[in-house]
Design a protein around this ligand. Structure first.
Ligand code: PEP
Length: 263
């Protein structure tokens, strides 16, 4: 497989936390915490995924203060417009400067019955709107016991990518469901094994070039104390962080993982 440099991505999924005022304060504090620590923005991409109602406020702040964070949304509609009460289209998000959108997070699969078919339709809707889908996949504890770690996420990823063109820009987030919010992260070698298997799925569903350039993140109880061990793995290109992204000092320390990786 071709060797390509992939810029690490540290992404904070705020879930249904922080109103728009709290969001603005959090982004300002994160920016200043990283600046005070002498963090240079270029080597790591930072993205925040606030609730929909915060996005305009965060966009205004990021633009006005030239804060080098990418903006993400936590979901989008599979449809482009029309009579879909409560839905938010990809075009609306693009207009707000949103770059990334989470698709198929396990909480949406579990609480909103999002099937692999819906995930695939949303991936295509995101790409049509010029957004980069962050495709979330992962096995439950039961899947792990029955099928091992890679089978379910590999199958979910292949289905999410069905009919997607090889030139598309996507990000993959491997998030074992049993590790999300549990405080029990996967081991770095477990994460590496699955991320390497997912890269093979990228090669067969898209092509070798896509597999080499696409970032595969690990998510599930990532903290400042374990991020470096994940980032040392060759196929782990960043992290999707839930709970720890709400605590500014902790998230800033995760962004500064290079301090601990020892490279
Ligand atoms: C998540 O929900 O995407 C997540 C990884 O959560 P946490 O970091 O809290 O486990």
């Amino acid at each position: 497989m071709a060797v390509t440099t992939r810029t690490p991505l540290i992404a904070g999924n705020w879930k249904m936390n922080l109103d728009h005022l709290q969001a603005v304060a959090t982004v300002q504090k994160l920016h200043w915490t990283l600046k005070d620590a002498g963090h240079e923005g270029d080597s790591v991409e930072v993205a925040v995924f606030p609730p929909f109602t915060d996005i305009r406020s965060v966009q205004t702040l990021i633009d006005a203060d030239k804060i080098p964070f990418a903006l993400g949304a936590q979901d989008l509609s599979a449809h482009d417009s029309g009579a879909y009460t409560g839905e938010v289209s990809g075009a609306f998000l693009t207009k707000l400067g949103v770059k990334y959108v989470l698709i198929g997070h396990s909480e949406r699969r579990e609480y909103h019955a999002e099937s692999d078919e819906i995930v695939n339709a949303k991936v295509k809707a995101a790409i049509r709107s010029g957004l980069v889908p962050v495709i979330c996949i992962g096995e439950t504890a039961e899947d792990l016991e029955r099928f091992g770690a890679s089978a379910v996420p590999a199958d979910q990823l292949a289905k999410a990518l069905d009919g997607v063109s090889a030139s598309s820009d996507v990000v993959v987030a491997y998030e074992p469901v049993w590790a999300i919010g549990s405080g029990q992260a996967a081991t770095p070698s477990q994460a590496q094994d699955v991320c390497a298997a997912l890269r093979k799925v990228l090669a067969s569903a898209l092509d070798e070039d896509a597999a080499a350039r696409t970032r595969v993140l690990y998510g599930g109880s990532v903290k400042s104390g374990n991020i470096a061990s994940f980032m040392r793995e060759p196929d782990v290109d960043g992290a999707l962080v839930g709970g720890a992204s709400l605590v500014v000092d902790e998230f800033a320390a995760i962004v500064r993982f290079e301090k601990h990786v020892g490279v």
